[in-house]
Design a protein around this ligand. Sequence first.
Ligand code: ADE
Length: 371
Amino acid sequence: MLFFFTEKFYSTFFCIFVANMKNLPFFAQNLAKWYQISQRDLPWRNIKDPYKIWVSEIILQQTQVKQGLDYYNRFIARFPDVKSLAEAEEQEVLLHWQGLGYYSRARNLHFAAKTILQEHNGVFPKNYQAVKNLKGIGEYTAAAITSFAWNMPYPVVDGNVFRFLARLLAIDEPIDTGKGKKIFTQLAGNLMDKSNAGQFNQAMIEFGALQCTPTTPDCPICPFADHCLALALNAVANYPVKRNKTQTKNLYLYYFHIQDVFYTYIKKRTEKGIWQNLFEFPLIESSTPLNFNELSQKEVFQSWFPKNAQFKLVVENKKHILSHRIIYATFYAVTCPDACKSIARNDLTKIPVDSIGQYPVHRLMQYYLEL
Ligand code: ADE
């Protein structure tokens, strides 16, 4: 609805919005009233321990509240404080993260716990910038920790808050840009009840999660219905706006065609995602291009191939376009002095060379096999 995207325009618009709301506290009061009645009883709510709040927020970046609860309870039972996490073996931390995915988040948690132990005497730093300097903590998480634990007036702006504000003010500014984030963060900060920042932020998140939901917002019983511009425009489903609904990502695949005299090795793609259950040569996947030297440093590369294996580049960066991905595939032919007999790995299937046609393969494999 709003097509003029200067920040000045938004602050003007914000003033009109506030005037329409009669006074600024009306927003916060209305929200607080809703929150008192509707909030869920969650273990990371109404606590002031920054460590537990931190763990909960990192888990909730990975999964929904419902699934996150079990992970949170198990994680906190085993690592109840910074010290126990910092002193744990990484493998055990990862084990408690197993199934959540994005394991770098768990590694960052572990790393940052060690930093707190070593550089802050084991005491969580009570300062926004110091919190944000910890590994894996960005603006959102730093705002959540400092506001929930110590009522510091930093607005949290997650997907829930973007959606709520975008609809309330019918904001056409895309949320997935630096400029959009800045505008929404400013708005949330202006609306905030600064004397009760923690509860205000929790309420904003909860409102988006329970009331102003992505596909089925319950507008008839919404306490902001009379003030919601998107509802007035009958355009709730149009908000929030994203610049790139489906971003195409580059994916680099490096295949290894192992040429034993009579055999080769293939692997079934069992993971969810592209080409599930199709067969392909052993491969290394990357979101960035890798040269041969970088490939040969990879653990899986070293586990597959003996030191004396020889590699011949056959196909380089063959482009293949899928709906969400642009794939660049490179194929190496691999030979070894002992005919690659030393490759005996249970993650690979050894098959007679002439039987490959019996296995379903994707287009890129087909392309290579037909060369
Ligand atoms: N999602 C992210 N943070 C949350 C929180 N504190 N409570 C509920 N859902 C959340």
